[in-house]
Design a protein around this ligand. Structure first.
Ligand code: ARG
Length: 400
């Protein structure tokens, strides 16, 4: 029995998604496979990918250039939310999934497809992000995931593909599983599966080893407008240019590596290495600017929202009522988060060394220890009497 008539498949050009094309047609009776490759600034050439899909049997091969949208509508809101999963992973892969899901759903409508498909296995987070995003955007579409069911090893997949004219990878294929976009790279598998083994230097592409970084620090002034990164060293830049330039600058100083054991959504712990130079620097700088421009209670309350926001992104709930409600809160808080943060890049560290804003809440007259001090020291006494009253009463009642 046929699982679907016409399917839009998320396509990367790799062996697994290529094999999905004949598999959907031969094994699952799909009449027409339309592939969709998204350019998220990962640096792959799209024309060969387009050709590859057609050779593997796709009826139509679509390419969507969405780097802009990816940074503006997915990356920047995450920066405004200071989103870090388990305090460390800046969600560079996770953020791309809801956008790809949206492209699939839009293409399905446009081409009259009754299903969409992806090449994720049953062990990861990405299948959840795709499936849930797709059902949120269009609950009537079927979602097909061949790799969740076919039970192929890598060799099996290559052999199956060869039967349908899909060339096996020319280079000895990398032992790692790598995902990449303009915001970062995620690297897992191979010897990284032993959490005690130090990642070999060869896995890194966006960040230099500390031994190879410059011996002089470099300073960069990052401008924000309403929580959105807008300039580097005073130059207003397009979002994609800003991220590319900052990736270069920070990566050159060895900044942006994360080696972590993370808790996946499906209950597995996995060891993942991330490189996200610009994103990690921006998160750091943005948080600092908030400490200058938000009141204490908003800053502190926002921390709980940020934790939830990170979970929402990680766990595939980008298109959910909770995310929408959190966005409303976060956008409100960003209205006055404008200004400049000075960052010193040196030997793997991005240290914030200065910040300024027209909306600064920092009051020198009150903070100073010099004779200019305007703070009413005597007022502290009455404040502390009342502030500590509950504690004093408790102590009086309970001391023996
Ligand atoms: N663990 C990361 C996440 O769930 C990255 C997943 C993709 N990683 C990879 N190496 N292919 O967002």
């Amino acid at each position: 029995m046929s699982r679907a008539e016409k399917v839009v498949l998320a396509y990367s050009g790799g062996v697994d998604t290529s094999v999905c094309i004949p598999y959907l047609k031969e094994e699952w009776g799909v009449k027409e496979v339309i592939t969709l490759a998204a350019n998220l600034g990962q640096g792959d050439e799209l024309e060969p990918i387009k050709e590859k899909a057609l050779k593997a049997g796709a009826a139509v091969s679509l390419v969507a250039d969405v780097t802009d949208t990816f940074i503006k509508d997915y990356g920047f809101p995450a920066i405004q939310a200071n989103a870090l999963y388990e305090n460390r992973y800046p969600l560079s892969t996770a953020l791309a999934r809801p956008l790809i899901a949206k492209l699939l759903v839009d293409a399905a409508v446009e081409h009259g497809a009754d299903a969409v498909a992806h090449g994720c296995t049953g062990k990861g987070n990405d299948q959840v992000r795709f499936d849930v995003s797709i059902m949120a955007l269009n609950p009537n579409l079927k979602v097909l995931a061949p790799a969740r069911e076919w039970g192929f090893s890598r060799e099996d997949a290559i052999a199956y593909g060869e039967r349908f004219g899909i060339p096996s990878p020319v280079k000895k294929s990398s032992p790692y599983s790598i995902d990449r976009n303009l915001l970062g790279r995620s690297i897992e598998a191979g010897i990284l599966e032993d959490p005690m083994i130090e990642p070999p230097e060869e896995i890194y592409l966006m960040t230099k080893a500390i031994a190879d970084t410059p011996d002089e620090p470099e300073y960069v002034d990052i401008g924000f407008e309403r929580g959105i990164p807008s300039s580097l060293n005073g130059d207003h830049l397009h979002p994609v240019t800003l991220i590319s330039q900052l990736n270069e600058l920070a990566g050159n100083h060895g900044i942006g590596r994360v080696d972590m054991l993370e808790n996946r959504l499906v209950g597995i712990k996995s060891r993942e290495i991330y490189e996200a130079p610009a994103l990690l620097v921006l998160l750091n700088a943005h948080r600092d600017l908030e400490s200058l421009t938000l009141t204490a209670d908003v800053t502190q309350y926002k921390r709980c929202m940020e934790e939830t926001y990170s979970q929402v992104i990680y766990k595939g709930l980008w298109y959910s009522p909770l995310k929408e409600a959190l966005d409303a809160f976060i956008q409100k808080t960003q209205e006055r988060v404008s200004g400049t943060v000075r960052v010193k890049l040196f030997k793997g560290n991005a240290t914030i060394v200065g910040r300024q804003s027209e909306n600064s809440l920092y009051t020198p007259d009150l903070a100073t220890y010099t004779s200019d001090d305007q703070f009413d020291h005597k007022a502290a006494e009455g404040f502390i009497y009342i502030w500590g009253l509950g504690t004093r009463i408790w102590s009086q009642q309970t001391r023996v």
